[in-house]
Design a protein around this ligand. Structure first.
Ligand SMILES: NC(=O)c1ccc[n+]([C@@H]2O[C@H](COP(=O)([O-])OP(=O)(O)OC[C@H]3O[C@@H](n4cnc5c(N)ncnc54)[C@H](OP(=O)(O)O)[C@@H]3O)[C@@H](O)[C@H]2O)c1
Length: 341
């Protein structure tokens, strides 16, 4: 029988692209999607006429609990910080039984790995700590309480821990995502897009501090293949994937130094004659926050998580272009949005 799949965030960047991958691979699956309005519902059904849309928001706890209760697989794409939605999903999951288990595929984010910089208030420096989701998986499912997104991770992971024979959880934890989404709503990401917009607005490139901090990257369309593989594993009763205590999946195609991205954005803007020089000046924390309230975190922290689990278990192999190849395209997207091109 085709699984019943409930998803949040179908009009978003990650969820829209994930839906594209999953619905195209499995047109027979029965999808329901939480959307905030009739307009959003129409956006989704214009591309996927068979999807049942459910109008509500992430605070519609009873509605979410009901949908989760009736689903086989839940993809929670919408918001990795929304406590009430996570609680409603956890509550809905507890209606399931070993005979009718629930598979929860949750989206977190590797902002969770920036905890050392958050605590120390540092930016622009390189930190050596690297995590991995293979032999380091227990560290990832037990990250400290003050790490970003951890409060929601705890609720979702807790649903599996409370009832492990009935609730199977996989957390997908993406780093810096880039590349065009294929969804019905938002098709662009945040960090490098915000950076490009900031450079274009101030008409000069910049580094956050020394620009030596490191993150990992993933193209959204490669990321969606992780969600697809997990959904397929769930539909097979678990498949080759691991769940709950070993159900944490980082997804990256390599690392990058933020200063290199900051220089490349300035160079791309200069090449397109949008700024007068490809040079970059170093900004301090306050200057960075003036450009974007989340700038220190988004461009100045370290988030180093190596993904082995999806590669080893189901042969995930990212194929899309690297971040640096797409920086001219990202600058162009932002220049058009600002009316500069
Ligand atoms: N982009 C990245 O690089 C990245 C990396 C790691 C983790 N994340 C995390 O992943 C999550 C999704 O990111 P995204 O880039 O896909 O964001 P996005 O493009 O803004 O999409 C968010 C989606 O969730 C829906 N949504 C948000 N708040 C809602 C609410 N209160 N009720 C119902 N629906 C709601 C939005 O619906 P509407 O269309 O109605 O707004 C949209 O469909 C975020 O928590 C983000 O922090 C993002």
């Amino acid at each position: 029988m085709a699984p019943k799949v409930f998803l949040t965030g179908a009009t978003g960047y990650i969820g829209g692209d994930g839906l594209f991958a999953i619905a195209n691979a499995h047109p027979d699956w029965q999808f329901s999607a939480l959307v905030r309005s009739q307009e959003k519902a129409a956006q989704v059904t214009s591309k996927y006429p068979k999807i049942r849309t459910v109008i509500g928001d992430l605070d519609s706890s009873d509605l979410i609990e009901h949908e989760v209760k009736n689903a086989d697989i839940v993809f929670h794409f919408a918001d990795c910080d929304h406590v009430a939605a996570a609680q409603a999903i956890a509550k809905g999951s507890q209606h399931h039984t070993p005979e009718h288990p629930l598979w929860i595929i949750h989206t977190s984010g590797t902002g969770i790995l920036t905890v050392e910089d958050q605590r120390a208030g540092t930016y622009g420096i390189e930190r050596p700590k690297q995590y991995n989701d293979w032999d380091g998986v227990s560290e990832l499912v037990n990250l400290p309480a003050d790490a970003f997104h951890r409060n929601v991770d705890v609720i979702i992971l807790g649903a599996g821990q409370q009832n492990p024979s009935s609730v199977k959880v996989a957390v997908v934890c993406p780093p810096t995502i880039y590349g065009p989404g294929r969804g019905p709503g938002n098709t662009k990401s945040v960090q490098v897009y915000w950076l490009s917009a900031a450079v274009l607005k101030r008409k000069q490139g910049f580094l956050v501090g020394k620009g030596e901090n490191v993150w990992h990257q993933v193209h959204v369309q490669d990321l969606s293949n992780v969600y697809l593989a997990l959904g397929e594993a769930a539909s097979e009763g678990g498949g080759k994937a691991t769940w709950n205590d070993e159900g944490y999946y980082l997804a990256e195609n390599g690392s990058f130094v933020w200063g290199d991205v900051q220089r490349a954005v300035a160079q791309a803007a200069f090449d397109k004659k949008l700024i007068a020089s490809p040079g970059v000046e170093s900004l301090d924390g306050d200057q960075t926050t003036d450009l974007h309230p989340a700038g220190i975190y988004a461009w100045g922290s370290n988030s180093r998580g190596n993904s082995l689990r999806a590669r080893k278990l189901f042969g995930w192999s990212p194929q899309q272009p690297k971040l640096f190849d797409l920086i001219p395209e990202i600058v162009e997207v932002e220049a058009k949005a600002l009316g500069l091109l």
